[in-house]
Design a protein around this ligand. Structure first.
Ligand code: KIV
Length: 257
């Protein structure tokens, strides 16, 4: 990939070149700079913000104002990477509300928006794309539905879920999505969707056979103070490194008073 600004079209074209798409989340200026300097082409200001930064139990409390605040911080890093942002819970219930909120995220600095769902949100997806805003789809386990679904469940295990995933993915592509996140989709179904779709699949907990992978960055770095999902496999014991560094610094000051 060249050193020019990454666009949604560039991310889409990576599929054709067989170039794996590495995507990570950021919610602030510093991390966005680090990810960009490490060559990550897609930075997502995910609504995982709610758990990672704001201390909510799930993503359903995240507001548009909170998303805008963190999108602005990431955008100030002026990354070469494409900056995507989640439309938070209940911010895309109608076409008008969806377009207005997608435009607010773009005004804050997002270059693409992500919405959870398939055929159920097609009019919103079409309208966002028609408004000139690149849309990243999100299928499989939908974190914003965690309360309705009573937990985070793997999708695609039974034929009805498999068929629904195929129909939703085809519909999102027809509506103009430039890529689709597949979260907790069974690896065989994720592999089938990856082979079937003309746009990239970006997996999270969906096996290796996607066109790219996305992680919540604190899961990669092992800095989450709480639960780290099974698929994340931290590459660093960041939690312990941070605590030990703080302890060492504190001890370097001398006896605690
Ligand atoms: O909110 C988020 O961070 C996400 C992903 C990790 C896909 O939606």
């Amino acid at each position: 990939m060249s050193l020019t600004k990454v666009t949604a079209a560039d991310i889409r074209a990576m599929k054709g070149r067989g170039e794996p798409i590495a995507a990570l989340t950021a919610y602030d200026f510093s991390l966005a700079r680090h990810l960009d300097e490490a060559g990550i082409p897609l930075i997502l200001v995910g609504d995982s913000l709610g758990m990672v930064v704001l201390g909510y139990p799930d993503t359903t409390s995240v507001t548009m104002a909170e998303m805008e605040h963190h999108v602005r911080a990431v955008a100030r890093a002026r990354p070469r990477a494409l900056v995507g942002a989640d439309l938070p819970y209940h911010s895309y219930q109608t076409v008008e509300i969806a377009v207005a909120n997608a435009q607010r995220l773009v005004a804050a600095g997002a270059e693409a928006v992500k919405a959870e769902g398939g055929r159920g949100i097609l009019p919103q997806v079409r309208a966002i794309v028609q408004a000139g805003i690149p849309l990243l789809g999100h299928l499989g386990m939908l974190p914003q539905s965690v309360r309705e679904e009573g937990g985070y469940h793997v999708k695609g295990k039974v034929e009805a879920e498999h068929a629904a995933l195929v129909a939703d993915a085809d519909a999102l592509v027809a509506a103009g999505a430039f890529a689709i996140v597949l979260e907790l989709v069974t690896p065989p179904v994720a592999k089938e969707l990856t082979a079937r779709l003309p746009v990239p699949t970006i997996g999270i907990g969906s096996g290796r056979d996607c066109d790219g992978q996305i992680l919540v960055t604190t899961d990669l770095l092992g800095t989450s103070p709480g639960f780290i999902p099974r698929h994340a496999k931290p590459r660093l014991n960041g939690r312990e490194l941070v605590r030990q560094t703080v302890r060492d610094w504190r001890q370097s000051l001398g006896k605690p008073v």
